[in-house]
Design a protein around this ligand. Structure first.
Ligand code: FUB
Ligand code: ZN
Length: 600
């Protein structure tokens, strides 16, 4: 039986690392994001719609989703930190959303302020169900944090409208951006309505069948006009190709991770949550992804052109797209695969993505964000306070504020601990406490009370333990999970990484920044063979920094640009490496994840 996630209320997170991130969002990030919602007109769109106005919609047509994602994040904040001072702001925002819903349950302020006769006519582009999906997720989180039905009823009315409008015997249609599928399942489970998950399942299973409802929209003059921006993505050569949003084949027949990365991740999550028939497709797609299409940081979707996947081994560093939301989506999918299969490989990548490609999306203060997460910079990339398309900031807020949900799950009465962070789990038959400093080294201790069984994931990076994978643990047992820093190479088919190596410790990928080196980082050649690597600092936020010996090149800073080849003058040097997630928190400068290897 697939494992079930635990409710937030049954987990007490005690991990200082993640508590510090949550604390930063509580004291700064969530307030900062709400002000952005206000200042950019996202909340005004709802206020105007509530007043029945026409015209005046501000921003991207899917901007409502940012408000919903913020509400979801803020609800987790209330649930996990009852003293948080944002409660009034949450209720104020719920009421702004509530007032805007149309009597039939429809809620999408872009159409409400625009032309309601055009609704549902451009599912390819217009994200109506995507936005409603985020509303539904927020409504479930708000109900469980506050006990109030206020937002839950808004989510239910929207879901009821979808059930009345789409599905077998009704209209064949689903959203160009998957999301509502997993949200319908979550809402259905919260309110006991099986029809919601049935609709989600139907949406997943119909996708990829022919005729495609998306293609038909291009024959409708209204649909064609509204979908115009999507012509290069799905109609590039004049014929329909749905691979951009995974509508090229039924899911069961898909074998590779293709198209827009966030859409793909949410799609696979919806497939698992709804119990859609997928055969072995999800395992096959996963294998393609982790063998050929993922960054060592857990970042996915290397191409900016489609915000997604391109081809095997196409993993450029400086031009990496690696959207924060895509890494978040990977965490969501990997957690579900872990629960569904009990195979430890999924949690390995979930952890890798969490500590690297997800966390790099936000600064330590939580008020600056990367949308795109490069693995190399010439000093020209910096986090920003917000974006016109601001999907990533509230997404990382909702993930961080609920991160403990990814640590463990229950299946057949056994608590499986994928991420043994210090925490306490209260379960129906008893409780489990985890102590230690995972994943920074040392021992993990498990204490069990009552009639509960637990098993622990031993990560592949852990040294000195007997085997990797899952291991049953008894109360009082201590498991040593230590990891030394190691250099990793890369498949030579990845052009950017040929002849390079990267420093890794446990799940953390390390990078070199000009702020520490004092010169451009491409000039440093670490000695990856013999030099011991020292831990030079260990603080609560950035944690371990590593000191590495090597040599540094001094190019003669004189013209001409092109000259006869001559050996570059090299000098011994030491460099400090910092966890990748923490880069760009200081003076802007160059950064590299993959270092020259092998030069003597
Ligand atoms: O389209 C909604 C979101 O905006 C997507 O998930 C992101 O990739 C960005 O395009
Ligand atoms: Zn995003």
């Amino acid at each position: 039986m697939p494992g079930a996630p635990l409710p937030l209320s049954s987990i007490e997170l005690r991990d200082p690392f993640w508590l510090a991130w949550q604390g930063a969002f509580l004291s700064k990030g969530l307030g900062h994001q709400w002000r952005q919602l206000e200042e950019t007109g996202r909340l005004d769109n709802f206020r105007r719609a509530a007043r029945g106005e026409k015209g005046g919609f501000e921003g991207y047509y899917f901007n409502d989703s940012d408000v919903f994602k913020w509400l979801e994040a803020a609800s987790y904040a209330l649930a996990g930190h009852p003293g948080w001072e944002g409660a009034d702001l949450v209720e104020q925002t719920v009421s702004i959303v509530q007032d805007a819903q149309a009597p039939d349950g429809y809620l999408d302020t872009a159409f409400q302020l625009g032309d309601m006769d055009e609704r549902w006519r451009a599912l390819t582009a217009k994200h109506e169900m995507y936005c409603m999906g985020h509303l539904m997720e927020a409504s479930v989180a708000h109900k469980s944090a506050t006990g109030s039905d206020d937002l839950l009823n808004v989510g239910r009315k929207a879901a009821d409208l979808l059930v009345e409008t789409f599905g077998p015997g009704r209209r064949k249609g689903y959203c160009g951006h998957q999301e509502v599928e997993l949200a319908l399942c979550a809402l259905g489970a919260a309110v006991g309505r099986d029809e919601y998950a049935s609709l989600a399942r139907w949406m997943v299973e119909e996708r990829g069948s022919r005729p495609s409802p998306f293609e038909a929209e291009f024959a409708d003059p209204v649909g064609k006009r509204l979908n115009e921006g999507y012509v290069p993505l799905v109609m590039a050569r004049g014929t329909y190709d749905g691979s951009y949003f995974q509508d090229h084949l039924p899911l069961q027949e898909q074998t590779e991770a293709v198209g827009h990365a966030v859409r793909a991740m949410y799609f696979y999550c919806g497939a698992l949550d709804s119990g859609a028939s997928a055969g072995s497709a999800l395992r096959t797609i996963w294998s393609n992804l982790v063998a050929k299409r993922i960054y060592i940081t857990g970042g996915i979707g290397s191409a900016g052109r489609n915000e997604g996947f391109s081809m095997d081994y196409d993993l450029p560093n400086r031009e990496a797209y690696s959207e924060t939301c895509a890494a978040i989506g990977l965490v969501m999918w990997a957690a579900r695969m872990s629960r569904a299969t009990g195979d430890p490989q999924y949690a390995e990548w979930m952890e890798r993505a969490l500590y690297n490609a997800v966390l790099s999306g936000v600064n330590l203060d939580t008020d600056r964000y990367f949308y795109v997460n490069p693995l190399e910079s010439r000093g020209d990339r910096h986090r920003e306070p917000w974006f016109g398309c601001a999907c990533c900031p509230p997404n990382i807020a909702r993930l961080t504020m609920s991160v403990q949900r990814y640590a463990a799950y229950v299946s057949d009465g056994v608590l499986t601990i994928d991420l043994p962070w210090p925490a306490r789990y209260d379960l129906s038959g008893g409780s489990v406490e985890v102590e230690g400093d995972y994943p920074f080294g040392g021992d993990v201790r498990v204490r069990i009370e009552g009639d509960v069984k637990a098993r622990l994931r031993i990560p592949s990076w852990a040294e000195g333990t007997a085997g990797h994978g899952y291991r049953d643990v008894r109360s009082g047992e201590t498991v040593a999970l230590r990891a030394d820093p190691v250099w990793f190479g890369c498949d030579p088919r990845v052009p950017d990484n040929f002849g390079r190596a990267t420093l890794v410790q446990g799940p953390f990928v390390y990078c070199l920044e000009e702020a520490d080196l004092g010169s451009a980082t491409h000039l440093f050649f670490p000695d990856i063979q013999d030099t011991p690597i020292e831990v030079s600092r260990d603080d609560q936020r950035v944690r371990k920094c590593l000191k590495v010996g090597g040599r540094i090149g001094h190019p003669a800073a004189t013209p001409p640009l092109y000259r006869p080849p001559s050996p570059v003058q090299m000098e011994p040097a030491e460099a400090l490496f910092v966890p990748y997630f923490s880069w760009d928190n200081r003076t802007p400068g160059t950064m590299t994840v993959w270092q020259h290897a092998g030069q003597k």
